[in-house]
Ligand binder design. Sequence first.
Ligand code: ATP
Ligand code: LTN
Length: 333
Amino acid sequence: MSDDKKVIFSGIQPSGFLTLGNYLGALNNWTKLQDEYNCLYCIMDLHTITVRQDPAKFRKAERELIMQYIASGLDPEQNIMYYQSHVSQHAELSWILGCYIYMGELQRMTQFKEKSQKHSDNINAGLFTYPVLMAADILLYQTDLVPVGEDQRQHLELAREVASRFNKLYGDVFKIPEAYISKVGARVMALQDPSKKMSKSDENKNNTIAIMDPPEVIMSKFKKAVTDSDNEVRYSDDKPGVSNLLNIYCAVTGSTTAEAEREFDGFGYGDFKKSVGEAVVAKLEPVQKKFMELQNNKDYIDSIIKNNTEKARHLADRTLSRVQKKIGFMPRV
Ligand code: ATP
Ligand code: LTN
């Protein structure tokens, strides 16, 4: 890692195949940033067990997620990609930060409220302290920028808050990170219910486009996407379905909303949805091709994991040992 570049940290939970939401909200931006920054892209497996996972399916999702990172265009030579559970400093710093974050702060987190409603049979302590671990992930690497979707903004604010609180007590230990949230694609909504975000753990598969969905499946899901009754392709708060499709189209093609509205002026919804589907299929085609190639290359993936994990451990330990010293723990023997 070069010392004169700023640091980027982000990650995704291996809770299933990535959706178009994950791709447009996170990965697509990551690939744009890799030349300019020192980047760490972690696979957030400790966070994933806040919801029950079947061990075999979980392991498969973990393996496939790193392949999806690479298939989306992240260069494993240039970026540090690794599994969160392999770098124990994440869990260690998380314990420490938990003693500097208040219950009331965690109780306000929207994701906790939503997930505890959705998994009311398993409201475990990990679900509650999820943002503490997330703060540890980010602060361990003296991160400057965190590229995420809009839904993570609140967690990031908490990471900034605990970093400042800690620095006030002990001097400058942590860099205060900034969120990097793009204007388009930061909030892709469910295709059948545009009032909620597209989420990879959604049981209704018609709500989500998986980045590995075959072209005919993508086309058919867009065909079924909810719109409205006035048949005008226009971006507006009272047209959530159409606005979501326009947002997806703009994120995929790079057009502005005004350009897209002009392009679809006079189109019926059927033709509009077909065009959005085709643009998404074209964008995902190279990702899918690369993923297929990687599937036959297990040794290559293993070697990447090994190299990158060592690098991450080394960096993480620099911050953790500083934190331990500042707090007053006995020097390590
Ligand atoms: P789960 O359904 O398991 O909660 P998820 O699909 O919400 O998963 P995460 O692993 O929580 O995905 O998020 C990974 C990244 O993708 C984060 O940066 C998050 O902000 C972004 N992201 C997730 N869903 C969307 C979405 N619908 N639109 C834009 N960005 C998203
Ligand atoms: N909570 C994030 C995943 C995540 C993350 C992070 C993202 C865990 N730790 C650190 C950025 C930085 C989510 O997307 N649900």
